[in-house]
Design a protein around this ligand. Structure first.
Ligand SMILES: [Zn+2]
Length: 132
């Protein structure tokens, strides 16, 4: 495995992010959102640079807006939606985003300018709080 391949391993994140991510999935499950899955967690510096180059110095569509991603800090994860919905089904991601907000998790769908619906992150100080 090279340093630019995708990592989907939850244990590669910091403990706060692992707990937040598990809680988010639990809460989604409770309301019937059972077809979401993790597409990426930790990103090495090499991978972030590699992704940043896509659409800039490498062919392809731009996939990241920053070199300072919280994926590098082991505090962010991306999700996608399984069938029957499409991979980045906006309705589902908006529902997950609303749940994340209640849990104190930062959702990329709330970002102005560089909206990133599949993206979620926490700070190292994140603490589990009762939602819903
Ligand atoms: Zn992300």
């Amino acid at each position: 495995m090279t340093s630019v391949t995708t990592c989907r391993d939850l244990v590669e994140l910091l403990p706060a992010a692992q707990t937040a991510c598990r809680l988010l999935f639990q809460e989604c499950f409770k309301v019937g959102i059972k077809n979401i899955f993790i597409t990426e967690t930790y990103r090495s510096l090499e991978r972030q640079n590699y992704l940043y180059a896509q659409g800039r110095t490498r062919p392809g569509l731009i996939v990241t807006w920053t070199l300072a991603s919280n994926h590098k800090s082991r505090l962010a994860w991306d999700i996608a939606v399984g069938p029957p919905q499409s991979l980045y089904d906006v309705t589902t991601l908006n529902r997950v985003g609303a749940i994340a907000r209640k849990l104190g998790i930062t959702w990329g769908g709330d970002w102005v300018g560089s909206i990133d619906r599949p993206h979620f992150e926490v700070k190292t100080s994140w603490k589990c709080q009762q939602a819903i």
